[in-house]
Design a protein around this ligand. Sequence first.
Ligand SMILES: Cc1cc2nc3c(=O)[nH]c(=O)nc-3n(C[C@H](O)[C@H](O)[C@H](O)COP(=O)(O)O)c2cc1C
Length: 174
Amino acid sequence: MLIVGIGGTTRGDSATEQALRAALQAAEQLGARTRLFGGAELLTQPIYDPQDDSSRGARAELVEAVRQADGLIIASPGYHGSISGLVKNALDGLEDLRDDIRPYLEGRAVGLIVRADGPQAGGSTLAALRSIVHALRGWPTPLGVVQTGEDEQDSARLILLAGQVFDFARARAT
Ligand SMILES: Cc1cc2nc3c(=O)[nH]c(=O)nc-3n(C[C@H](O)[C@H](O)[C@H](O)COP(=O)(O)O)c2cc1C
């Protein structure tokens, strides 16, 4: 089982990416293989341009990983009350999966993580991510994790989130 993680920021000690890494690690402990596309990788993605097919190659690795994925975990910082452009651009690139037999994120559970300084942006950013996953035909997990760095339950919630993605993927496989 492959679970693909997408998210983080370009900051070296990105708290968003740390949370994503912890969730992927929890998925590995359940027996999944994981692949991370963190802030550094997302920065190499070209800006999505619907009129430029030549940029498909530059995002092919991420798109192919998502095509193969049995589940996903997406993590964004809250930037001005919503998801960051870096993360949104990566998700825009999933338009390349439009004509697949299993288009976009169809049939896959998607765990969502938000890191923000305050709860207001945390809530609105999580809602935005859920709407995006619905648009991409994915299944947001019941639990979404919002972190502000002040809650000692953060680690436990990431483990629960990873478990929900893993369980959904296993149920679909059988
Ligand atoms: C451009 C920008 C916009 C931000 N907007 C908000 C915001 O609206 N609400 C909030 O609570 N935090 C906001 N923050 C704070 C980030 O969400 C927070 O610092 C987050 O932890 C950054 O993630 P990182 O550690 O992975 O880089 C903003 C930060 C930046 C750089």
